[in-house]
Ligand binder design. Structure first.
Ligand SMILES: *[C@@H]1O[C@H](CO)[C@@H](O)[C@H](O)[C@H]1NC(C)=O
Ligand SMILES: *[C@@H]1O[C@H](CO)[C@@H](O)[C@H](O)[C@H]1NC(C)=O
Ligand SMILES: *[C@@H]1O[C@H](CO)[C@@H](O)[C@H](O)[C@H]1NC(C)=O
Ligand SMILES: *[C@@H]1O[C@H](CO)[C@@H](O)[C@H](O)[C@H]1NC(C)=O
Ligand SMILES: *[C@@H]1O[C@H](CO)[C@@H](O)[C@H](O)[C@H]1NC(C)=O
Length: 300
């Protein structure tokens, strides 16, 4: 949220919230695994193919741009979607990259010591269309940058790892925001649109340029075991924003941020009303939230 409706509080409030908005028996729409030992992590264990980011020329030194490597890797794995799906493994290291797109029947898996670092070079961030339920960009009426990890019109996508890190290196964007220099809306860290069967789990996400996790116009979304960290004075760093989604489960997340920890949305004001796609069947449980000036869970 970035509307001027924030309560002011003198102290950091830590709230442990146990809330079931709508309790669902199951929101896991994934198909059953063929073998019985992969129940805990069906999608990952069931991918037929896998590849390692370094096979595509990536260098994990924190300096070399790996945008091309990520895009090439996923382009290469995309045709395997219909043949059993694929996993891209990101090994230990610091992998600097601009925005890249996911594909269907796909797992992005981060080693526990892998850090994906978002590029601060705007040429590595393509522009994408304005969201129809937002009518304009949130930072500026012009275009908007694609999120660091972006997916649209997908089925069965998993972004996970043994608590590996995705770092948005947001200070570049926060400075532009504070100096009023944004003519294009800032990127989010992860945005998935028009998709079904999404799982984002067991990761640490830090310093997003703006919102962290934004599933929109999607269904059967599981968000689990995320640690989300941003300075409490960073602008618009909402943790998780389920937006016009059906069947979403958010659990076991720890969020420290400069804005709402979770903001449940259905577009933006009159644009959202006109678009008319509500968020339905949402379960939020075991959320720990520290956000002194914003909400633990906001509606709208
Ligand atoms: C990702 O997909 C969107 C929508 O199809 C497209 O506009 C954008 O250019 C793609 N980004 C990359 C890096 O290919
Ligand atoms: C994605 O799905 C939406 C909604 O069904 C549709 O309007 C849009 O054209 C699709 N985009 C692509 C790139 O297939
Ligand atoms: C993941 O890493 C974060 C940041 O280091 C840490 O706070 C959190 O406890 C870790 N989570 C798990 C499940 O190990
Ligand atoms: C934003 O500003 C930059 C330079 O200030 C310019 O190159 C770019 O074309 C502008 N983008 C839009 C969408 O107006
Ligand atoms: C996440 O990690 C926990 C504990 O480390 C593990 O039990 C669980 O299966 C993992 N879940 C997912 C969905 O990755």
């Amino acid at each position: 949220m970035d509307l001027p409706r924030k309560p002011t509080q003198a102290h950091v409030s830590a709230a442990v919230i146990l809330l079931a908005l709508v309790s669902l028996a199951t929101v896991d729409g994934r198909k059953p695994c063929p073998n019985s030992n992969c129940e805990e992590f069906p999608a990952i264990n069931c991918r037929k193919y896998s590849a390692v980011l370094t096979e595509f020329g990536a260098v994990g030194d924190g300096v070399t741009s790996n945008t091309h490597a990520f895009r090439q890797a996923i382009e290469h794995l995309k045709p395997l979607a219909a043949a059993g799906g694929a996993q891209l493994f990101v090994p230990a290291g610091k992998w600097l990259t601009g925005s890249f797109n996911l594909t269907s029947h796909f797992t992005l898996f981060l080693h526990k010591d892998a850090q994906i670092l978002a590029s601060q070079d705007e040429s590595e961030w393509p522009l994408v269309a304005i969201l129809p339920s937002y009518g304009r960009g949130r930072d500026a009426p012009g275009g908007r940058f694609s999120s660091l990890i972006y997916g649209t019109n997908l089925t069965d996508v998993v972004i996970t790892g043994n608590n590996g890190t995705i770092d948005g290196q947001g200070s570049y964007w926060w400075d532009k925001f504070h100096k009023n220099e944004l003519n294009v809306t800032r990127p989010y860290l992860i945005e998935i649109m028009y998709s079904d069967q999404i799982q984002i789990s067991n990761l640490t996400l830090v310093n997003s340029p703006s919102w962290f996790v934004h599933p929109i116009y999607s269904s059967n979304v599981i968000i689990q075991g995320l640690t989300i960290l941003a300075p409490i004075d960073s602008p618009n760093t909402d943790g998780i924003d389920p937006d016009s989604c059906t069947n979403t489960r958010i659990e076991d997340c720890f969020i420290v941020s400069g804005d709402d920890c979770i903001a449940v949305k259905s577009g933006w004001d009159q644009y959202g009303i006109r678009f008319g796609m509500p968020t339905e069947h949402l379960l939020i449980r075991r959320l720990t939230c520290i956000s002194p000036d914003s909400a633990g869970i906001a509606l709208g």
